[in-house]
Ligand binder design. Structure first.
Ligand code: PBG
Length: 329
C-alpha cells in the first residue's frame, strides 16, 4: 500500500495523537547528575566552560543533592578534587578521601535515599601528573603502567563501596580493572555493590571542559595509550565483552553524541543495563550556541537527550539533568 491510501501525516495531526504514538520516552529517573566535590565550606566555584556547573564543597553538594532528589532525578555521579595530589593518587583510595567523606554525609541524610549514589573510580583527579594510572618514567619516555595501577584502582573501589557508594564506576580504561575491583570489593564485604563499567570509553576531545572542572588534565602526553581510538567500533564490542566476563553489572558508554552508533550496537548485542554519558564538551558546545542565540535551548537540550535514549541508552549521565527534569516536570 502506498499514497494516497497511506498518509504518514495522519498520526502527526494533533499533539495528543503524537503523544500516543511516541516511541521513546524521557523521565527524570533516567537522568544522572555529575557533581564535582572540593574541599572547604560554602564553596561554589563556577566552571568557566560549563555554565551552571560548579566545584562544590560537601555542604553545598548536599544542597544540590536535595534539589536533585526533589526533581526526581535518578542518581548522582560523584567526582572529587582532593586537597593534595601525588604519584600514588592517595586521595582516590584514602578512607577520608573527599568523595568517601561526601558519601558518608549523603548517606546520613534520609531525604536523599531516592538518589542512587554512583562513585566514579579513576586516579586522574588525584595524581600529580593527571594520568589515570601509575606513570613509569625512563628518560624522555613514559608509560602508564597497567598492572600496578590495578592495585590502586581496586583499593579505590573498595574504599568507595565501604563509604556508601551504591555503584562504583571505573573510568580509567586499564585492562583487568573490573575483575580487580570486584575481588577487592568482595574482600571488603561489599559483594552487593555493583560495578558500572565505562567499558567503551574513547579518547575524546569532548572531555576538555571536564578537565577544567575536575582539574585532571594530563601534565604531559595524552590518554591515547589507554582510552580507545574513536575509529574502532569492533574494539568497543570486545572491551564490553571482556568487562562482562570480569563481572560488570552495567555499562556506561562515552561520549554519547559522536558515538551513537556504538550505543546502538551495544544495545543490540548485550542485555545488561546500559547508560550513556553526555560528556562535558557536548554540554559546553550546546551552551555556547545557546549564548549566541543560535539554538533554542530547551528544544535542543531535550532533542540531544532523546537521541541518546533512542540510540538505546536506558539512562543518561548529563549536566542537563536538573534542567531537563524541570522540563519533564
Ligand atoms: C576520568 C573521567 C573523565 C571523564 C569522566 N571520567 C575525563 C577523562 O577521561 O579525561 C569525562 C567526563 C566529561 O567530559 O564530562 N577519567
Amino acid at each position: 500500500m502506498n499514497f494516497p491510501a497511506v498518509r504518514m501525516r495522519r498520526l502527526r495531526r494533533t499533539e495528543s495523537i503524537r503523544t500516543l504514538v511516541r516511541g521513546t520516552h524521557l523521565a527524570p529517573s533516567q537522568l544522572i547528575y555529575p557533581l564535582f566535590i572540593c574541599p572547604g565550606e560554602g564553596v561554589r566555584k563556577p566552571i568557566g566552560s560549563m555554565p551552571g556547573v560548579f566545584n562544590l564543597s560537601i555542604d553545598e553538594a548536599l544542597k544540590e543533592a536535595e534539589e536533585c532528589a526533589k526533581l526526581g532525578i535518578g542518581g548522582l555521579l560523584l567526582f572529587g578534587l582532593p586537597a593534595e595530589k601525588d604519584e600514588q593518587a592517595t586521595g582516590a583510595w584514602a578512607d577520608d578521601g573527599i568523595v568517601q567523606t561526601a558519601l558518608r554525609e549523603i548517606k546520613k541524610n534520609r531525604q536523599l535515599d531516592g538518589l542512587v549514589q554512583i562513585a566514579d573510580a579513576c586516579l586522574c583527579e588525584y595524581t600529580s601528573h593527571g594520568h589515570c594510572g601509575i606513570v613509569a618514567r625512563d628518560g624522555d619516555h613514559y608509560n602508564i603502567e597497567n598492572d600496578s595501577s590495578l592495585e590502586l584502582l581496586a583499593k579505590t573501589a573498595a574504599s568507595l563501596a565501604k563509604a556508601g557508594a551504591d555503584i562504583v564506576a571505573p573510568s580509567d580504561m586499564m585492562d583487568g580493572r573490573v575483575a580487580a575491583m570486584r575481588e577487592a570489593m568482595d574482600a571488603a564485604g561489599k559483594q552487593d555493590i555493583s560495578i558500572m563499567s565505562y567499558a567503551s570509553k574513547f579518547a575524546s576531545a569532548f572531555y576538555g571542559p571536564f578537565r577544567e572542572a575536575a582539574d585532571s588534565a594530563p601534565q604531559f602526553g595524552d590518554r591515547r595509550s589507554y582510552q580507545m581510538d574513536g575509529a574502532n567500533r569492533r574494539e568497543a564490542m570486545r572491551e564490553i565483552e571482556l568487562d562482562l566476563a570480569e563481572g560488570a553489572d552495567m555499562l556506561l558508554m562515552k561520549p554519547a553524541m559522536p558515538y551513537l552508533d556504538i550505543v546502538r550496537e551495544a544495545r543490540e548485542r548485550f542485555d545488561l543495563p546500559m547508560g550513556a554519558y553526555q560528556v562535558s564538551g557536548e554540554y559546553s558546545m550546546l551552551h555556547a550556541a545557546f549564548e549566541r542565540g543560535w539554538l533554542e535551548p530547551q528544544r535542543a537540550m531535550m532533542e540531544s537527550l532523546l537521541g541518546i535514549r533512542r540510540a538505546g541508552a536506558d539512562f543518561i549521565v548529563t549536566y542537563f539533568a536538573k534542567d531537563a527534569a524541570k522540563v519533564l516536570g
